[in-house]
Write a protein that binds this ligand. Structure first.
Ligand code: PSV
Ligand code: MN
Ligand code: MN
Length: 431
């Protein structure tokens, strides 16, 4: 398999860290064994954990005010794949890419697939884009896409989603994520029911085009770009649409797409119960769709979400196979460093949730023993599982200390002369 990070650098860094890691791992193993937890089983689970990288996250994001790209950033999907390979080599838990069309559209998908295959990377959920017009587009999405009052705009959006499925099939993906910005900015501007009816009728056309082994994931978002109402505003609209469309359609939870203080873990539980949890876009936020690094602000909330996910695993819930993806915007950090850090933070939440004694928790719940129930969650959350995560990475040939290794490899600087930037480029997909 091809590698982007020099193996000698990675090996040298790991050698420097390994003795201390082994000591910490042994100490944690002893502590966990007192609670009847086998550290080896948990480490195996950490080794198996995977989360997808969004292709668009490999470049510096920005706000509506400005974008400050760094040097050596990827300029097209082939270079984004290269950076995804770096992220996976360092983290050992990001072996797939979630692409975005038309930003990542290429003429030859088999060439793109081969390029990713060479780095051992797979393709997962394909994201469509009907929230901006493309150059030369015949009709506009200014007043919406799948719910537009104009049939021609709806048809264009439907066709684009069907095209995305075709692109994804060539890459080996198995799901389509649909997020639309459709909505309104003024009370009275849009007839709520009619807009939702138009959305559903359009989505039916896309659903009909899904291959037998594909799923369609509907991503809700409270606001933006529409600031008064949004057609798929919340998980209620999303699950209603998913139920209307059929069993292959599910909801996707982007953590930043809820009002502050929303109990997202309970939404997750509801979606699990009704077999409608399609997947996640992990990120963190304080105000809205901030797209900050996962776990950077609310690690306990992320742990509580994984508590629900691990609980479903524990109960062997049927039709439960959510897709884990990141969705972040890196405005002031190197995107590779942020994505590596975020992937590991999500993995950390998963591992901590595995430490919860489920049967003890159920007992406290049945007995209405609130303090002990909450204490059981806190007990698991308060463990420092860093040695498990680092050991899992080491055993998979990834980096014990990913950021140190990345900086020692000097990757970004090395990319600067190879990837000169187009000074005129501006948008998320154009770098
Ligand atoms: C817009 O809010 C957004 O951040 C959604 O979360 C999508 O998943 C993403 O853009 C890519 O289309
Ligand atoms: Mn998202
Ligand atoms: Mn978003």
């Amino acid at each position: 398999m091809m590698r982007r990070i020099d193996s000698a650098v990675l090996h040298e860094q790991n050698e420097k860290e390994f003795a201390f890691l082994q000591t910490d791992f042994n100490a944690l193993g002893e502590k966990l064994s007192r609670d009847g937890i086998d550290i080896e089983a948990i480490t195996k689970a950490a080794e198996a954990f995977q989360i997808a990288v969004p292709s668009w996250g490999t470049g510096t994001g920005g706000t509506r005010f400005a974008r400050f790209p760094g040097q050596g950033e990827p300029r097209n999907i082939f270079e984004k794949v290269e950076d995804c390979a770096v992220i996976n080599e360092l983290s050992g838990c990001t072996d797939s890419i979630s692409p975005h069309f038309p930003w990542d559209k290429v003429d030859d998908f088999s060439e793109l697939k081969q390029h990713a295959d060479a780095y051992g990377l797979k393709w997962v959920s394909v994201n469509s884009n009907t929230f901006q017009d493309q150059p030369g587009q015949a009709v506009s999405y200014k007043y919406g896409s799948l719910s537009n009052t104009e049939k021609a705009s709806r048809d264009l959006a439907i066709q684009h989603n069907l095209d995305c499925i075709r692109y994804g099939q060539q890459l080996g993906a198995k799901s389509l994520t649909v997020w639309v910005g459709d909505g309104s900015n003024h009370p009275g501007q849009q007839h709520f029911q009619r807009a939702f009816e138009r959305y559903l009728a359009s989505a039916e056309q896309i659903y009909k085009g899904l291959p037998a082994d594909w799923e369609m994931h509907l991503e809700h978002k409270m606001f933006e770009p529409a600031f008064y109402s949004t057609v798929i505003q919340d998980w209620g609209s999303s699950i209603l649409a998913a139920m209307h469309l059929g069993p292959k359609c599910k909801s996707l939870v982007d953590l930043g797409h809820h009002a502050p203080n929303t109990n997202i873990e309970m939404i997750v539980a509801r979606l699990i119960q009704f077999k409608k949890l399609g997947g996640f876009h992990f990120n963190d936020s304080k105000y809205g769709d901030d797209d900050l690094d996962s776990g950077s602000l609310q690690p306990y909330q992320q742990f509580l979400i994984f508590n629900e996910l691990v609980d479903a695993e524990h109960r062997k819930e049927s039709e439960f196979n959510p897709a884990y993806m990141l969705d972040q915007s890196h405005n002031v950090t190197d995107p590779i460093e942020s994505l590596v850090t975020s992937a590991i933070e999500v993995q950390r939440s998963y591992i901590k949730a595995l430490l919860v004694n489920r049967e003890a928790l159920y007992g406290y719940q049945e007995a209405n023993d609130a303090i002990m129930a909450s204490g059981e969650l806190k007990r698991a959350f308060n463990f420092d599982v860093a040695p498990i995560l680092a050991m899992a990475r080491y055993r998979k040939g990834a980096a014990i200390n990913p950021l140190k290794t990345y900086r020692a490899a000097n990757y970004r600087n090395a990319m600067a002369p190879v990837r000169p930037r187009d000074p005129k480029a501006t948008g998320s997909g154009i770098i």
